[in-house]
Design a protein around this ligand. Structure first.
Ligand SMILES: Cc1ncc(COP(=O)(O)O)c(C=O)c1O
Length: 421
């Protein structure tokens, strides 16, 4: 077949398939038509090396290296202004092209070769970009892991204090990829002051919840820096951002440009600006529904016999649910059989797993942000839990459940919480 046609066919195939799926990977989302318009616009063909100069309210002063950016400059300034408002940030840098790059920008700005950073270990929910196997390793940082309370699924504050006083990391990282409950920023701020560490909050997973006022407020609770992806609970195009206190502005901006990037992806910034406008209008309602949906899904799964983590804490305060499936075949088998039924989730290490179990960990992680965005509510969460039970506990053939998944999904293909009407 003509390769051009083959690729177009594959695009169609992907869209057809995933529109018939329950997409519940916790790091994904759908963008509105308006965001898609932005990312396919002319901005995606252009360069705007350099940073916005001057004050955001004073649009005349720009420090660009190329001509042709006068319209983009206005969009970027609006996006910065909205970001500052929505996240109570004193400054926004929209240059990073992904969440991992946003973390690298922060490390490059504020740490030096050989410095220590503290964060969660990967089985406890830390992201690879918090460790030397990924971007932290690029500049030779050494990670130390917070002691973790497996019952509470959170950092053990008292033990963490001892560790931090002893090890004195340069950057204390909070946030993670398996992230059920807010992290103890307030409780550890004093220690950060004492050891002169910067508090960085990686909000990649929960940015949409923060925007909707439904998770923690990183800056109000003591964070100096908030890094994030723009496309997990926050429903923007794929990209990254660093928000910071004014005193870190110059270092962060220089680390982003010219430090690590030449051009930033303009279409991503423009799409992000549209998503910010959506979140300012609909964010609260959207975030509230996500958390309600997570809790109902978790509760129903639990009642149906799944080992959902943290029953004593109401299971979750975020878009995520963690389930220990070691009793019923392990993570790999469960996610593969769910995929055969068009239910897309990921297998996940749990705190008691070693890294060697990455291929078949004890857990699965389920995210409710995307199904919420297409209008699903509590009753649909109960239906989804039933689908999962039929496969994982009753042993029904996934192909049979798939028919019911497709039938259910038919009523839910419109993106909500946006201006698309
Ligand atoms: C906590 C956390 N930080 C950073 C990242 C990296 O984000 P990106 O994929 O946008 O580079 C992820 C990705 O899932 C994440 O979970």
């Amino acid at each position: 077949m003509n390769p051009y046609k083959e690729i177009l066919n594959l695009i169609n195939e992907q869209e057809e398939w995933r529109s018939n799926c329950l997409n519940m990977i916790a790091s994904e989302n759908l963008t509105s038509l308006a965001v898609r318009r932005a990312i396919s616009s002319d901005f995606g063909h252009r360069y705007a090396e350099g940073l916005l100069g001057g004050k955001i309210d004073d649009l005349q002063v720009f420090d660009r290296f190329y001509q042709g950016t006068k319209i983009f400059d206005k969009v970027e300034a609006i996006a910065m202004k909205f970001s500052e408002k929505l996240f109570q940030a004193e400054h926004a840098n929209l240059v990073p092209v992904s969440g991992a790059v946003a973390n690298l920008v922060t490390y490059h700005a504020l740490a030096e070769y050989g410095d220590k950073i503290s964060g969660l270990s990967i089985p406890c929910g830390g992201h690879i970009s918090h460790s030397r196997v990924s971007v932290a390793g690029v500049i030779g940082l050494r990670e130390i892991s917070y002691p973790f309370d497996n019952e509470e699924m959170n950092i053990d504050v008292d033990k963490a204090k001892e560790l931090l006083l002893r090890e004195k990391p340069k950057i204390m990282i909070f946030g993670g990829s398996l992230f059920l409950f807010p992290h103890p920023l307030n409780e550890l701020r004093e220690i950060a002051n004492e050891i002169n560490a910067v508090m960085m909050y990686d909000g990649a997973h929960v940015l949409g919840l923060i925007a909707g006022g439904k998770f923690q407020k990183p800056f109000a609770e003591g964070a100096d820096i908030l890094t994030s992806s723009t496309h997990k609970t926050f429903p923007g195009p794929q990209g990254g951002v660093v928000f910071c206190k004014e005193k870190f502005k110059e270092k962060i901006d220089n680390a982003a440009f010219p430090g690590l990037m030449s051009n930033h992806h303009l279409h991503h910034v423009v799409g992000f600006a549209v998503a910010l406008a959506e979140m300012m209008e609909f964010g609260r309602e959207y975030a509230e529904q996500i958390v309600k949906n997570s809790r109902v899904l978790a509760e129903t799964l639990y009642e149906l016999g799944f080992d959902v983590l943290c029953e004593h804490k109401g299971f979750t305060q975020s878009h995520q649910i963690a389930v220990d499936v070691s009793r019923i075949g392990g993570g790999r088998k469960i996610v593969e059989s769910f995929e055969d039924a068009n239910i897309i989730i990921n297998k996940n290490l749990l705190p008691w797993d070693s890294l060697e179990k990455t291929g078949n960990p004890s857990g699965i992680r389920i995210g409710t942000q995307e199904v919420t965005r297409i209008g699903m509510k509590e009753s649909e969460m109960k239906e989804i839990a039933e689908f999962m039970k039929r496969i994982a506990i009753d042993g029904e053939k996934p192909e049979k459940v798939k028919e019911d998944v497709i039938a259910m999904k038919k009523g839910f293909n419109k993106v909500h919480y946006c201006f698309d009407d």
